[in-house]
Design a protein around this ligand. Structure first.
Ligand code: NAD
Length: 404
């Protein structure tokens, strides 16, 4: 019988037989999430020889759940989520321009998973569109519960949009044309402070070089501009002052030894800079929507978004998923690259403190890429014969079994 993972002041207390929730996802989700689960099981077995084992507990979320119960997250799934709090999840399809709120956002909000952490590190052997992909080693800290991304918005012809337009006109003399949909962009100080602390703590604990605040504060002054200000306040606070140096404090551009450089860049500039000067960027701290955009761009630098994993974590819970979506066009074709989902599972193991198993997965992925045993999205550039999702998974498991 498995046991629950418990959280104490943000710390994970993990039994040797933890229950971890598992949701297949939509589109390519079932193929890649089952692949990741099989790879994790192989790595845990190889690393701990039966003394540790995950008990997976399936929950229904997404299109299948909607077809069966009318809800994307049925009550039982939500209850299990709130009870167990740790989930490995395949990508979910979200309708554009209609339908309900994104299920991903719903889960992130329900468990208050405020930090979306996305490591973007080049894997040797993957074709990249840039000249020096070896210098790409960034970790994106995307705020996950605030911003326009929260989904507070109304259709242009809804009574709510009409009322808000009238309110703005009557109260503040602000004219918003009658055919406008309305979206609200809240950025809160408390939420900015906690994600800034998460990014700085990560930078300190992992000996990173810099933390760059990405914002569009020149235009959205009291939301993204405030995000910048509050993040700097954290960096200058007593708790972090001994670890940080701000760009404005550098006399000759040289960062004092042992200090983490904290700087900021305006979002549009930053989007081009990570392509032209990827070596300048290390930990990136961004509000929700900027973080979403820059993650896919950063993924492209190391091949494609199919290889990126992502951890959504809070003080008491975590959801681990690929950074990419459900790629409906590849569903059921044994084509999809499960690497993003596998990287997400590797992150899960790291958060659990099962680093030996995580290292086995990392090594197996690197070996497969070097040996050009990869799925078609990567093989098409390396000229090798592509493996299907299942064959690639079997290759990783063989490699893990062999290295144990
Ligand atoms: P997507 O990430 O699903 O696909 C974009 C492109 O990237 C694909 O056409 C494909 O060429 C490539 N790609 C991505 N992952 C791949 C993989 N594993 N293997 C091979 N190629 C891969 O993005 P989209 O088309 O914008 O979105 C499709 C659906 O996914 C939408 O409904 C969207 O809302 C949803 N989505 C979900 C999540 C999530 O669950 N966290 C994240 C992003 C998008």
């Amino acid at each position: 019988m498995g046991e629950k993972i418990v959280f104490e002041n943000g710390k994970w207390i993990v039994p040797n037989n933890p229950i971890i929730l598992f949701a297949e996802g939509d589109g390519i989700g079932p193929e890649i999430s089952l692949s990741a689960r099989a790879v994790v099981d192989a790595a845990v077995k190889a690393a701990y020889n039966g003394s540790r084992m995950i008990e997976w507990s399936m929950i229904l979320i997404g299109e299948k759940a909607r077809a069966e119960s009318g809800s994307g997250i049925p009550k039982e799934s939500m209850e299990k989520l709130m009870q167990h709090k740790v989930l490995l999840k395949g990508p979910l399809t979200t309708e554009v321009g209609g339908g309900g709120r994104s299920l991903n956002v719903t889960i992130r909000m329900a468990l208050d998973l405020y930090a979306n952490i996305r490591p973007v590190k080049y894997i040797k052997g993957i074709e990249s569109p840039i000249k020096n992909p070896e210098s790409v080693d960034m970790v994106i800290f995307r705020e996950n519960t605030d911003d326009i991304y929260k989904g507070i918005e109304w259709k242009s012809d809804s009574p709510e949009a009409k009322e808000i337009r009238s309110f703005l006109l009557d109260k503040f003399g602000v004219v918003v044309s009658e055919d406008s949909g309305i979206g609200i962009k809240p950025i809160s100080k408390a939420k900015t402070v906690r994600i800034a602390k998460a990014a700085l703590n990560y930078a300190i604990n992992n000996s990173r070089r810099s933390v760059t605040i990405m914002h569009k504060g020149n235009i959205m002054k009291y939301t993204e501009g405030a995000f910048r200000e509050w993040a700097y306040e954290v960096a200058r606070s007593e708790q972090y002052r001994m670890h940080t140096v701000l760009e404005s404090e550098l006399a000759d551009g040289a960062v004092p030894k042992g200090k983490i450089l904290v700087n900021d860049r305006i979002a549009d500039n930053m989007m081009q800079q990570i392509i032209t000067k990827p070596d300048m960027y290390d930990v990136i701290l961004a509000p929700n929507l900027n973080g979403d955009y820059i993650s896919d761009e950063a993924g492209a630098l190391i091949g494609n978004i199919g290889v990126l994993g992502s951890a959504n974590v809070g003080d008491a819970g975590g959801m681990f998923e690929a950074s990419h979506g459900s790629v409906p066009k590849y569903a059921g074709k044994n084509i999809a690259n499960p690497m993003g989902m596998i990287k997400a599972a590797e992150l899960l193991l790291t958060f659990m403190g099962w680093n030996e198993a995580a290292e086995l997965i990392k090594g197996a992925v690197e070996k497969a890429v070097i040996e050009k045993k990869v799925t078609s999205d990567i093989a098409r550039y390396t000229g090798s014969k592509p493996l299907g999702t299942k064959e690639f998974t079997a290759e990783l498991i063989r490699s893990i079994d062999g290295s144990a």
